[in-house]
Design a protein. Structure first.
Length: 244
């Protein structure tokens, strides 16, 4: 499992503060967990994370590679709000077996099991997370989710990462426009791989660029594709086919 950082948001304004920034409805994290993202005003990805509601605290479970950027952005938006942001000394555990006491179901997909926040690592240690993520089109931070990503192209609606009824959030206008006024012409899709291929490989359809291969597990992968160029897809050493 990738390294995770847990931030703690406290203060009387913590819920309203985060609610006005992130893509999902923070109020639904009261005693539970939601999956969300922080975007730029232009609607592009900064960080994805889980929000966990505990008494007097909102926890944010985020990939450690983007945690400093997320901390900086949240601090920038804090202004005069009664909000404090600190790093919590909690360990993130994951598993797909019986759910331990205090664990929460991963809100993205039932195949992703549970998440737990505590003083010790109780992960099951045997789950092939990449296989599950590729099979269920779950994007990975830093691989499928990068600063160029628009979240609707990255399957965010299907994995319960955005709420269009919650009200304003940073980048909402762009996301809403993509949702209601446009047909997506690009996005992530599962592909089967015949040959040798790796993350970052360019995908061609004939002599035209068709996309880029992102997450790879065995002979399956997640690719960012132009949907009008998926009939014949090849990388330098492999041919690809839509898996759905």
């Amino acid at each position: 499992m990738t390294k995770r950082t847990v931030l703690a948001i406290t203060g009387a304004d913590r819920v309203d503060f985060l609610q006005g920034l992130v893509t999902n409805d923070v109020t639904r994290a009261n005693g539970g967990i939601v999956y969300a993202a922080l975007l730029t005003p232009q609607g592009k990805f900064i960080a994805d994370f889980f929000v966990i509601g505990r008494p007097d605290t909102l926890l944010i479970d985020v990939d450690s590679s983007v945690a400093p950027t997320l901390f900086q952005r949240l601090s920038m938006y804090r202004l005069r709000a009664d909000v404090q942001i600190t790093e919590a000394a909690l360990i993130v555990s994951r598993g797909t077996g019986p759910r331990p006491t205090g664990a929460l179901d991963d809100p993205r997909h039932t195949a992703l099991g549970w998440r737990h926040y505590g003083d010790t690592d109780i992960s099951d240690g045997t789950t092939d997370w990449k296989a599950i993520e590729v099979a269920n089109l779950i994007p990975t931070t830093g691989v499928d989710l990068t600063p160029d990503t628009y979240i609707l192209e990255a399957n965010f609606e299907a994995i319960h990462g955005v709420d269009f009824k919650k009200g304003c959030f940073v980048g909402q206008e762009i996301v809403a426009r993509m949702k209601h006024k446009a047909t997506l012409k690009k996005g992530l899709r599962r592909v089967s791989i015949d040959g040798d291929a790796a993350t970052g490989d360019a995908i061609m359809s004939g002599d035209k660029p068709a996309g880029t291969l992102h997450s790879v597990h065995g002979k399956q992968g997640i690719a960012y594709l132009r949907f009008d160029r998926t009939d014949t897809m090849k990388t330098q050493k492999a041919s690809l086919h839509l898996a759905d």
